[in-house]
Design a protein around this ligand. Structure first.
Ligand code: ZN
Length: 259
């Protein structure tokens, strides 16, 4: 699942392709907005809020999309054939390009003035201009008994972390994923580290947390179940966190992240 850094890159891609350009065609392939037509309207800006994408269009309209598990936005030349089948959920075309939303987990059209309805619940965006570590910690501490692993994925606390950055941040801080939030030392340091990891990866794909971009050396624990810990040599564990059906993958080192 794309995390905040990947969504941030997607917004930048849409910005380069669409910002300032007039739409010549729109094609919403979702029942709710099947008749919507944005042609003739200029795209004002594209931005990300956590893992949400907002495409603001002239006339107080915002296209709200979310990549969810396997969605993406791809840019094609104006006259290119698009992928066939039902994977295309949305097309926003200008005279030069077609921005194509593929397998998007969410496509919505709303008034720009109503954006808070879809992103207003989000905590501070780790890659946003409003990032505020103290505010993120205050939100985490509203439920001090909750496990830190679950709390970090809750986008109402802070927006942008997925399973990769959760696992890597907790490893680097030596925190057992099931430790209650209220018992974690230096939460400001923890969320600030997560922010730096996303920041370091926002301009290129790969989610590198070790500082080593070579294949197979990019991360400490994520994707390394059963393999030796890079710090202690112990075996990396793999499990799931969260209540059914919301379980999400977690990886950790039982020695470096003790109970
Ligand atoms: Zn270890």
């Amino acid at each position: 699942m794309p995390e905040g850094d990947a969504v941030h890159r997607t917004a930048a891609k849409l910005r380069r392709a669409l910002d300032g350009h007039v739409l010549t065609r729109s094609d919403f392939r979702v029942p709710r907005h099947a008749t919507a037509d944005l042609s003739g309207r200029r795209v004002l800006e594209n931005l990300s809020r956590g893992k949400h994408l907002l495409t603001r269009v002239e006339g107080d309209l915002t296209v709200h999309t979310h990549l969810r598990m396997e969605g993406s936005w791809q840019i094609f030349p104006a006259r290119a054939w698009l992928p066939r089948g039902d994977q295309v959920r949305l097309v926003l075309a200008t005279a030069e390009v077609q921005a194509v939303g593929i397998r998007l987990g969410m496509v919505d059209l709303l008034r720009t003035a109503d954006e808070d309805r879809v992103v207003g619940h989000l905590g501070p965006d780790l890659l946003g201009p409003d990032w505020d570590a103290e505010e993120a910690v205050a939100r985490l501490l509203r439920a001090p008994e909750r496990t830190i692993g679950e709390a970090l994925l809750d986008q109402r606390n802070l927006a942008g972390i997925g399973t990769i950055y959760r696992a890597e941040t907790l490893f680097l801080r030596g925190v057992w994923p099931w430790r209650p939030v209220g018992e974690v030392n230096d939460l400001v340091g923890l969320v600030s580290l997560a922010q730096r990891l996303l920041e370091a990866n926002k301009d290129r794909a790969g989610a590198v947390t070790t500082g080593d971009r070579r294949q197979g050396r990019e991360r400490w624990v994520y994707g390394r179940a059963g393999r030796p810990c890079r710090r202690c040599g112990g075996r990396i564990s793999r499990g799931e966190m969260g209540a059914n059906p919301q379980e999400r993958l977690i990886l950790w080192c039982g020695h470096c992240q003790p109970r």
